[in-house]
Write a protein that binds this ligand. Sequence first.
Ligand SMILES: NC(=O)c1ccc[n+]([C@@H]2O[C@H](COP(=O)([O-])OP(=O)(O)OC[C@H]3O[C@@H](n4cnc5c(N)ncnc54)[C@H](O)[C@@H]3O)[C@@H](O)[C@H]2O)c1
Ligand SMILES: O=C(O)C1=N[C@H](C(=O)O)CCC1
Length: 250
Amino acid sequence: MIRVAVVGAKGRMGASVVQAVNDASDMQLSHTIDHGQDPAQINSGNTDVAVEFTIPSASLSNVLTLVAHGVDVVVGTTGWDDDKLEQVRQALANAPRADQSVFIAPNFAISAVLADHFAAQAAKYFESVEVIELHHPDKIDAPSGTAIHTAQAIAASRREAGLGPMPDGTVTDGGSRGQVVDGVHVHAVRLRGLNAHEEILLGNAGEQLVIRADSFDRGSFMQGVLLAVRKLRDGGYPGLNIGLDTFLDL
Ligand SMILES: NC(=O)c1ccc[n+]([C@@H]2O[C@H](COP(=O)([O-])OP(=O)(O)OC[C@H]3O[C@@H](n4cnc5c(N)ncnc54)[C@H](O)[C@@H]3O)[C@@H](O)[C@H]2O)c1
Ligand SMILES: O=C(O)C1=N[C@H](C(=O)O)CCC1
């Protein structure tokens, strides 16, 4: 049995993970903790893998504590930047176990992972690319971690293909052109009734390609979360790995 702890267990995602772990025949819940409880109670003596879904301002500290206590960590919380990722790499370099793993995914839904992958493939064939992400209005961060990841992948693909900046004659902008991530405009919609959705619009003169991924409920993320838990428990992914595509043959 894989002993799994859930950090952020009272949240929307954490509660879904608790249920998914309880439903999995090869896993047992070791700990569930939330705000105000010490993550240091989770350690290699009682837990194999911790799953962390909290808030961007708390996630790094939780992950560093878990790594220091010898636990592999699957992270779904957003808000990671290069500086935070480097702190995780440093912690792993000094971790109690030599082969310890942290796995971070901005999105565990296969539809979103594939949309991201296809967008990066397509981006070099189009003059213009923009990203629209649409989420429930209780989400605290914008743009979404997924959209930032998608924009970065699009930008890398365009750079590799030697493409320059996209055409844009905008002279006045009161904010309606969205946030520019690595040269790619990202627009965020918050609407009651939505869950997690992303559209990538790619345009050339006279043609358009739209790639869209929809997560209608949080169950869509659970297969990816459990896959990551099993992969980390089996070993073979030491250090920091990012993105569910790590485990897929894309
Ligand atoms: N990777 C993915 O596939 C995916 C999918 C959905 C959401 N997310 C991300 O996961 C995160 C959580 O989303 P949510 O909708 O579950 O949010 P939520 O607000 O419903 O849940 C967050 C939980 O974390 C708890 N928390 C806050 N600080 C904490 C701390 N220091 N220690 C322990 N727990 C703490 C809160 O009390 C709350 O229960 C967000 O960053 C969101 O963007 C990622
Ligand atoms: O509901 C959320 O919050 C989500 N957050 C992630 C993101 O910011 O990309 C993944 C999708 C759902």
